[in-house]
Design a protein around this ligand. Structure first.
Ligand code: FE2
Length: 207
């Protein structure tokens, strides 16, 4: 199924870099790749192919609108796999990537941050627990119910899990797109400096 990406956004367990690396070229500014079942004018408008650097609020609005305005189409696309987490790429531009993820009960990510990208997610159905931390801050926990939407800056590290007894699905967006996700054994291990400052201090690792 071509719509399913082989390298998940949040599922690899390298202590440093996931396999979610920029292995594919980004579209040129103004161009867009959309899931074949979402290649509709509304999503062309929402994903704004000329918009290169999205703020957390813009990302939150994007995932919220996609989840609320395209609910029926997303429900036709989504699958839940009890054995392995499932995901599908919904869209990609030079400025943003958009994903649909599902979470069977008990499924979740390892602690991670998004390598300097801002992000957002909106819950399509079910509920998700998020443990998160900003640099040098305490670990906090929040629960996201269906319809909730959040945006966050690059400093947020988190672990997202479905701790409920029913399936869940959520729409995620990140900008800049296709930055490698960095994983940690524990949220307490996240270094106390923002990722973008760490990247500036040393050569960027790829692969
Ligand atoms: Fe994440």
């Amino acid at each position: 199924m071509s719509a399913v990406r082989q390298h998940p956004p949040e599922d690899k367990r390298s202590p440093h870099l996931s396999e979610y690396s920029p292995t594919e070229p980004l579209p040129e500014p103004g161009a867009v790749e959309l899931h074949p079942r979402l290649d509709i004018p509304l999503l062309h408008d929402l994903i704004r192919p000329d918009h290169l650097l999205w703020t957390p609020r813009e990302l939150r609005d994007l995932t919220g609108l996609v989840a609320s305005e395209l609910t029926g189409r997303l429900l036709d696309i989504v699958r839940v796999d009890d054995e392995n987490r499932w995901w599908a790429k919904l869209g990609l531009t030079a400025g943003v990537e958009l994903w649909l993820l599902s979470w069977a009960p008990g499924q979740g990510t390892e602690p991670h941050e998004h390598g300097g990208a801002s992000g957002s997610f909106s819950v399509l159905f079910g509920a998700l627990r998020e443990d998160y931390r900003y640099p040098a801050g305490p670990v906090r926990t929040t629960h996201h119910d269906v319809g909730s939407r959040i945006g966050f800056g690059s400093g947020r590290a988190h672990q997202v899990r479905n701790v409920s007894s029913v399936n869940s699905a959520s729409v995620h967006a990140y900008s800049p797109p296709l930055l490698p996700v960095r994983y940690y054994s524990d949220l307490a291990d996240v270094p106390p400096i923002p990722p973008q400052r760490a990247q500036a201090a040393q050569p960027k690792e790829l692969g």
